[in-house]
Design a protein around this ligand. Structure first.
Ligand code: GUN
Ligand code: ZN
Length: 485
């Protein structure tokens, strides 16, 4: 099927930031390092009108902030918007979903007993193809953006479809809603039904360039959305297309690349059959070596899954400094396997979390974090006791780890001067000293806090029982993009 014509004129949509200086007061929690959270209580974070954090002060209440921080910043007191977290609430960095298919959102939960290759043909390709209808694409993409924002996802690495116009629409909608995003037009010119594939490698590359041009035009500084080269996975791409995408990656070194790798054993066998090393000049017959042979295994590459990687492949990925998006929900739902995250981390491979909707059934990165913890326990039960991931570790993957995976390690994922205010306000059900429920109503909250828990215990209860009801407010680059009423 041909991709539809690119939209003729790129509409410049204002990439809005907060527009006003802001002061956030209360408790802040972020990752100090992989296995350690930092707790800043009675603290203040000042965010300028462009959405950048300009001061982090602790201890600091509103009075002290007005007397010291605001004058130091040269901010007039009446021109600052103040946000105070209630006792028991805390600010946490926004989540980063390093791998999801916006186009598959209507199918969440619909996968039966399928595994990857039959799942693609039965459920996925028909739905993706149907989004060439612009009104359907608008409906689906608007809802996936709203839903992920409501779960605290401030940055998402999206796959759209092969269709240029609707891929561009996804980028427009991200800008309008204020969600930070990588948006990829899916490249696939073989082994999928005739109704859903690029007509030729040349057509795929031209369509990819058209989408890159549109996204670059609506956000010239790539402040919020950026295009991402998206070979669906090796079996979907002919050698000429892979070669062309490798050349495009070299021509545009600012662009990230996203794809899938070693998710399912039948998929791996297919790659071996399709790309014998003699035909590609690859180092060996592994899946990672195929991407490497085409110049697609780089420090800008996001590899989803990596469930069945060999030792040598992981070493190659580490050597190329490519990143891995761990997708525990999807890997469990469509029975792909249990990725060995500790093993990857021990090889110094940067890892983040992906919901991989709709291979994964949940739009929530918090759910992905919880499942990462559980799947790591299954790996541990397989004999590797140190495979277990802690609450601190899965939250690192959901924030700072993810930021590194999408190439934004210096921009988002933590509360530090110079980083952007991409954050969520988390509220848990709390009780006062008399045992009365304070803050959030019991019926609108799945986390019961009794009052005697330590802060690490509260955060653990959030990870294991929390959901979007605890996500009270969400900001991206200083702009309020979601508020739970
Ligand atoms: N999980 C998942 N794996 C893939 N491999 C190729 N395409 C897909 C997809 O859409 N989802
Ligand atoms: Zn995927």
């Amino acid at each position: 099927m041909a991709t539809s014509a690119p939209t003729a004129v790129a509409v410049t949509v204002a990439v809005t930031a907060a527009g006003k200086n802001q002061l956030f007061l209360g408790s802040f929690v972020d990752s100090a390092k992989l296995d350690e959270l930092r707790y800043l209580h009675d603290a203040a974070v000042a965010v300028d009108a462009a959405g950048t954090i300009v001061a982090v002060e602790q201890p600091c209440d509103e009075q002290k902030a007005r007397l010291t921080v605001l004058p130091r910043l040269g901010w007039a007191a009446d021109a600052v918007e103040v946000h105070v977290a209630k006792p028991g609430q805390f600010f946490f960095p926004g989540f980063i979903d390093t791998h999801l298919h916006a186009s598959q959102y209507p199918n969440v939960g619909i996968f039966g007993k399928s595994t990857l290759l039959d799942w693609l043909n039965t459920y996925t390709f028909p739905l993706e193809a149907s989004l060439a209808d612009p009104s359907k694409a608008r409906q689906v993409y608007s809802r996936v953006i709203r839903k992920t924002l409501s779960h605290g996802t401030t940055c998402a690495a999206y796959y759209a479809t092969v269709d240029v116009a609707s891929t561009n629409l996804l980028a427009d909608l991200c800008v309008a809603a204020g969600q930070r995003a990588l948006v990829g037009r899916v490249c696939m010119d073989q082994l999928s039904p005739a109704y859903y594939r690029d007509e030729s490698p040349e057509a795929a590359l031209a369509a990819t360039r058209a989408s890159i041009a549109h996204i670059s035009a609506i956000d010239p500084e790539l402040a919020l959305v950026r295009p991402v080269l998206t070979p669906r996975f090796a079996p979907s791409c002919s050698a000429p297309l892979m070669r062309g995408l490798g050349a495009l990656a070299a021509e545009m070194p600012h662009l990230p690349i996203q794809t899938h790798i070693s998710e399912n054993t039948n998929e791996i066998a297919l790659v071996r059959e399709l790309f014998p090393p003699a035909s590609t000049g690859a180092l060996d017959d592994s899946y990672a070596a195929v991407y490497d042979a085409f110049g697609l295994l780089t420090d800008r590459t996001i590899l989803a899954h990596g469930v069945h990687l060999s030792e040598a492949e992981a070493d190659l990925i580490a050597a190329r400094r490519a990143k891995v998006s761990h997708c525990p929900c999807s890997n469990s739902a469509i029975t792909s396997g249990a990725a060995r995250v500790r093993w990857l981390l021990d090889k110094h491979i940067s890892c983040g979390l992906g919901t991989d909707m709709s291979g994964g059934y949940s739009p929530s990165v918090l759910e992905a974090a919880r499942l990462a913890a559980l799947v790591s326990r299954h790996v541990a039960m397989g004999g590797d006791e140190k495979a277990k991931l802690s609450v601190e570790e899965v939250l690192f993957l959901a924030t700072r780890g993810g930021a590194d995976v999408v190439g934004l390690a210096d921009v988002v994922g933590a509360f530090a001067v110079g980083m952007h205010w991409d954050a969520q306000l988390v509220g848990l059900g709390d009780v006062n000293a008399d045992g009365e429920v304070e803050g959030d109503r019991d019926e609108d909250n799945n986390v019961d806090v009794f009052g005697w828990e330590t802060w690490p215990e509260r955060v653990a209860k959030w990870v294991y029982n929390g959901d979007d009801r605890n996500t009270k407010r969400v900001w991206v680059k200083g702009r309020l993009v979601h508020e739970r009423k």
